[in-house]
Design a binder for this molecule. Structure first.
Ligand SMILES: [Mg+2]
Length: 310
């Protein structure tokens, strides 16, 4: 037998005795009943709770079970299994129930053993649906990751920036970004080969990661040897401090680079910008850090530079 996951079961029935009887069966099977005497209570319970399954009476005053089911299907994109309960077991009724968006049908008087079996069947489908959603989530995370360095890729960065930009707008904070470009990476690749080049990118990204100590900070591979760090709620001075800390860490780690014109080890140039500098959207913020990066290179590389406007 599969493990029983406790389900929140919404029971909609205008008959108080019926509610009592069915609630007892629900509890007896280890689940939690949420009781509604009609459409108003049902809709309000649906807003306030995560409902896994709905047991729906058909004959109810004002709004009957068919109409309420149609309403729920229109209101919620997320599928919740609905089982109808009715004394009427005609084929026409059954068809109407399925047309309204119901998934199954139980005739009254409800037999405990039947209800129990149907709940289990629906719970199984619901848990498969949960698993599927989890897999989809994992899949979408995978498509947002750079397979070599396992940091976010361009696509992940885009989603992340969109989110952080919105949060920052709401909270009126200061969002900073650091754009990195490894100095003389092409000669590194040319002399040491692509395999070593790849390993170098991994090591470089690990150095960046090791210096991000807040959950809220993000790192992404922007292009070949370009990386980006997003620092929410960080003023420009804090971002500059972080950039220089990273330059120092690279000096300490000292990944050997015999073909660089600035140092005998791997270095990077860093462009810095923050929302304080007037960007209207996150693309402009990234552009600013890119311009600042270009300036850091112009000034001789192995340094950070704050965007100064154009
Ligand atoms: Mg009724």
């Amino acid at each position: 037998m599969e493990p029983v996951k406790q389900l929140n079961i919404l029971l909609v029935d205008d008959d108080p005795i019926m509610r009592k009887v069915i609630a007892a069966i629900i509890i007896g099977n280890g689940h939690l009943p949420l009781m509604a005497n009609g459409y108003e209570q049902a809709l309000s319970l649906l807003v306030k709770n995560k409902v896994d399954l709905i047991l729906m009476d058909i004959e109810m005053p004002e709004v009957n079970g068919f109409v309420l089911t149609t309403m729920i299907r229109e209101l919620y994109a997320n599928w919740i299994p609905i089982i109808f309960l009715s004394a009427n077991d005609s084929e026409a009724y059954l068809t109407q129930g399925i047309d309204a968006g119901g998934d199954d049908y139980i005739t009254k008087p409800v037999k405990a053993i039947i209800l129990r079996a149907k709940i289990r069947a629906m719970a199984r489908i619901a848990s498969m649906k949960d698993e599927l959603e989890l897999l989809n989530k994992k899949l979408s995370q995978l498509t947002n990751i750079d397979p070599l360095t396992t940091v976010m890729n361009r696509r992940g960065l885009d989603e992340c920036l969109k989110k952080e930009w919105a949060v920052n707008q709401r909270q009126q904070g200061e969002l900073s970004v650091l754009m990195f470009d490894i100095d003389f990476f092409k000669p590194y690749n040319d002399h040491y080969g692509h395999q070593k080049g790849d390993r170098c990118l991994v090591r470089f990204s690990k150095v960046l990661q090791s210096l991000l100590n807040r959950e809220s900070d993000h790192i992404a591979r922007y292009g070949g040897e370009e990386f980006l760090i997003i620092l929410p709620f960080t003023p420009l001075e804090g971002a500059k401090f972080k950039a220089d800390e990273i330059l120092l860490a690279l000096k300490k780690v000292a990944i050997k680079h015999g073909f660089s014109n600035v140092a005998p080890y791997l270095t990077a140039s860093i462009g810095i910008s923050s929302t304080k500098l007037g960007a209207k959207d996150y693309n402009e913020l990234i552009n600013q850090s890119d311009i600042a990066l270009y300036q850091a290179k112009e000034k001789g590389r192995n340094q950070s530079y704050i965007y100064q406007g154009i």
